[in-house]
Ligand binder design. Structure first.
Ligand SMILES: [Mg+2]
Length: 227
């Protein structure tokens, strides 16, 4: 096995793929159905947040109790509907996704993993839909934690538990929101902010990432790490 250079943790939505709003639409519809309402959901941001946090807010929005059983029931219904929504919403891979994942995977030098707010099964459904699931075997997901920083801490402690040497090597978080930058900092990571999500360069710049790129075709960060 080639020598490890470090770890790269990828966010999914707005970073690797644009699901065309499929996830949000599926989740909101599942809640509308449960609460028998046509009320448009407003005031619940989704970008950079965990599905756990978003569902908690959706329960509150509809005046429901977010107990573990109800959460599981609605999550399962969301997961059952998600593939159909991905089919009917125009989305796609973001520029440079295929190239960077292939390059990193083929080199064998980087430990790739996911760091996403998606429920775990939702993450795999999305990655499978866009044909990039084979690049990953694990990740930190939004099932257990409301706060994305806790998701970061949990995957990082699992990875370094398995491969303690990773702790001495660079860890890079690649994501499209200020929350990605913040959760990267929570684990001492360097952060690549990519402006392919809902945040423009200006808002991302304010979060002070180590690299700010227009899309994943820009691999300056990788070249600098390898230099
Ligand atoms: Mg994102």
């Amino acid at each position: 096995m080639p020598t490890r250079r470090g770890t790269v943790l990828f966010d999914i939505d707005g970073t690797l793929i644009d699901a065309g709003g499929a996830g949000q639409a599926a989740m909101e519809d599942v809640f509308r159905e449960e609460f028998r309402t046509l009320k448009e959901v407003t005031g619940i941001p989704t970008a950079g947040r965990t599905d756990r946090a978003i569902t908690r807010d959706l329960f509150a929005f509809h005046g429901g109790e977010c107990d573990p059983l109800s959460l599981m029931k609605l999550r399962d219904r969301y997961l059952a509907h998600l593939p159909k929504y991905l089919e009917t919403h125009a989305g796609g891979l973001l520029p440079g996704t295929v190239e960077i994942l292939s390059q990193l995977s083929h080199s064998g030098e980087w430990r790739l993993s996911l760091l996403t707010g998606n429920f775990e099964e939702a993450a795999w459904i999305k990655l499978r839909h866009y044909g990039i699931d084979h690049h990953f075997s694990d990740g930190g997901f939004g099932d257990e934690h409301v706060d994305r920083d806790d998701v970061a801490r949990s995957i990082w402690s699992r990875l370094t538990g398995d491969e303690p040497q990773l702790e001495r090597l660079p860890v890079i978080v690649v994501g499209d929101t200020p929350a990605d930058v913040k959760c990267g900092r929570a684990i001492g990571a360097q952060v690549v902010a990519v402006a392919t999500g809902v945040y423009g360069r200006h808002s991302l710049e304010a979060a002070k990432p180590d690299w700010l790129i227009d899309n994943l075709h820009d691999t300056r960060w990788l070249q600098e790490l390898l230099a």
